[in-house]
Design a binder for this molecule. Structure first.
Ligand code: SAM
Length: 221
């Protein structure tokens, strides 16, 4: 049985968020990941923490009318992501190695993304590290800012608590409307029917080992 959400603790965490501190830190650094014009496209799908880019490179081939942007911080995975994107020869996928925090704070324009994918982020299991969970992070404000009206935020995790906590924050702090919530099953938004063995490397590994996976899909109304 999943323990119930600790709403009091979550509200305490949310009340202590200081996005201004994050913004002034990244303002000084001014990252530069994206060429001019990157966000001038009506259908941009963005993946944060894309690993080596398995999922987004396949998705780009299936959706030539969309522009897919994948970003990964780790040096090894990021390098492989960039190479994999280039190897596809597709004009509609861009892979970047870099920190998505700076990118989202300073570079991604308001209401520019049709979809934001956050698939199998580190769940920061220890209580003392919980402020790093994306929905308790000051970056969450920017997830909401960059999403277009009716845009989708697509979360997946092997940790049920992570998805339940994300749902609480999306609903109560940002008024995002739930489209799917719970153990993953194919639906019109998640492309699972095209990737029955798993969309990403982590999802593939979890499903192969019989570990259930969970998702949350919300939309900005
Ligand atoms: C658990 S892995 C999941 C990778 C991939 N989404 C998958 O499902 O196979 C989480 C990834 O997020 C990346 N990541 C964490 N923080 C990041 C950040 N600030 N910017 C970009 N990538 C980040 C990590 O380097 C790691 O590769």
């Amino acid at each position: 049985m999943m323990p119930p959400l600790n709403i009091t603790r979550m509200n305490y965490d949310l009340a202590r968020l200081r996005p201004e501190q994050l913004e002034s830190y990244w303002d000084e650094k001014k990252p530069n990941h994206f060429p001019t014009g990157t966000f001038e496209h009506p259908g941009i799908w963005f993946e944060l923490g894309a690993g080596t880019g398995w999922f987004f490179t396949s998705l780009a081939a299936q959706h030539p009318d969309k522009r897919l942007i994948a970003i990964e911080r780790s040096r090894m995975r990021g390098r492989r992501l960039v190479q994999r994107c280039k190897r596809t020869g597709l004009a509609n996928i861009l892979g970047f190695r870099g920190n998505a925090i700076g990118a989202l704070v300073n570079e991604v324009p308001t209401e520019s993304l049709e979809r934001l994918y956050i698939l199998y982020p580190c769940p920061w299991l220890r209580n003392s590290q919980r402020k790093n969970r994306w929905y308790l992070h000051p970056l969450m404000k920017h997830f909401h800012r960059v999403l277009k009206p009716e845009g989708l935020m697509i979360w997946a995790s092997d940790q049920e608590f992570y998805i339940n906590e994300a749902e609480y924050v999306c609903r109560t702090q940002y008024n995002l409307k739930g489209l799917a919530w719970g153990q993953i099953t194919p639906n019109p938004y998640n492309h699972l029917d095209q990737f029955p063995q798993g969309r990403t490397k982590f999802e593939f590994t979890f499903l192969q080992s019989g570990q259930p996976c969970y998702e949350l899909i919300v939309t900005k109304s």
